[in-house]
Design a protein around this ligand. Structure first.
Ligand SMILES: N[C@@H](CCC(=O)N[C@@H](CS)C(=O)NCC(=O)O)C(=O)O
Length: 210
């Protein structure tokens, strides 16, 4: 399998952290990475559009030459294909909780953070948008307060002491925030401490560039 990706971008990073965490747990999924440089516009090349007409990353090429074009579907495919040492959990309820928190973190933190970076300091050269930035500054605290409250019981990772897909997604947003030179995600002390802790993990050290 081949993962088309670009370092630092949130959705590819989420999948790369997921693969690296599984590797640390003893599951080698034999995924080769292939860089598509979005800073050079390679996501719009004919070769990449043939893989993914939406021109985004990540894309996973399966052994039969077919493609998956959504980060969460890629993670779900890898979970189903390699079920041991899952990053979801072992029972129905923990799996549902991991998916639930991952969606909250993605839709209410990582995705708005990506829009915020593009509205303030876009690495892809998008025009600044003060209105979008202000809206996100106003809406982010609700989800950050929610995550801060989860961490208040002393857990080391978002769902306890075991890493989950929610950690991978939150860190993908945190890295993009660092890349975009905003501190908005680390003004909450427990999230800031989680961020430092997560970045010390072997998987994080392998994947993160910022
Ligand atoms: N829903 C997609 C979103 C993919 C996406 O927007 N990827 C960004 C990087 S995080 C991208 O490829 N941006 C380049 C572009 O839009 O030109 C997923 O979860 O994989």
């Amino acid at each position: 399998m081949k993962l088309y990706m670009v370092p630092a971008a949130p959705n590819p990073t989420k999948v790369m952290l997921y693969i690296a965490e599984r590797f640390e747990l003893g599951v080698d999924m034999h995924v080769e990475t292939v860089m598509v440089n979005t800073l050079k516009g390679e996501q719009h090349s004919a070769a990449h559009l043939a893989r993914n007409p939406f021109g985004t990353l990540p894309v996973l090429e399966l052994a039969d030459g077919s493609f998956l074009r959504e980060s969460l579907s890629i993670i779900q495919y890898l979970e189903d294909k390699f079920p041991s040492a899952s990053l979801l959990g072992d029972d129905l309820q923990s799996r549902a909780q991991a998916r639930d928190l991952e969606r909250i973190v993605e839709t209410k933190i990582a995705l708005p953070m990506s829009r915020y970076v593009h509205a303030t300091n876009s690495p892809l050269g998008f025009a600044p948008d003060a209105k979008v930035a202000a809206e996100i500054e106003a809406s982010l605290p609700q989800a950050l307060d929610y995550v801060e409250a989860l961490l208040d019981d002393g857990r080391s990772m978002l769902l306890g002491d075991r890493v989950s897909i929610a950690d991978c997604t939150l860190q993908s947003g945190c890295q993009f925030a660092r890349f975009g030179k905003t501190e908005l995600l680390t003004l909450h002390p427990l999230i800031a401490a989680w961020d430092l802790r997560y970045r010390e993990r072997p998987a994080a050290r392998k994947v993160l560039k910022f």
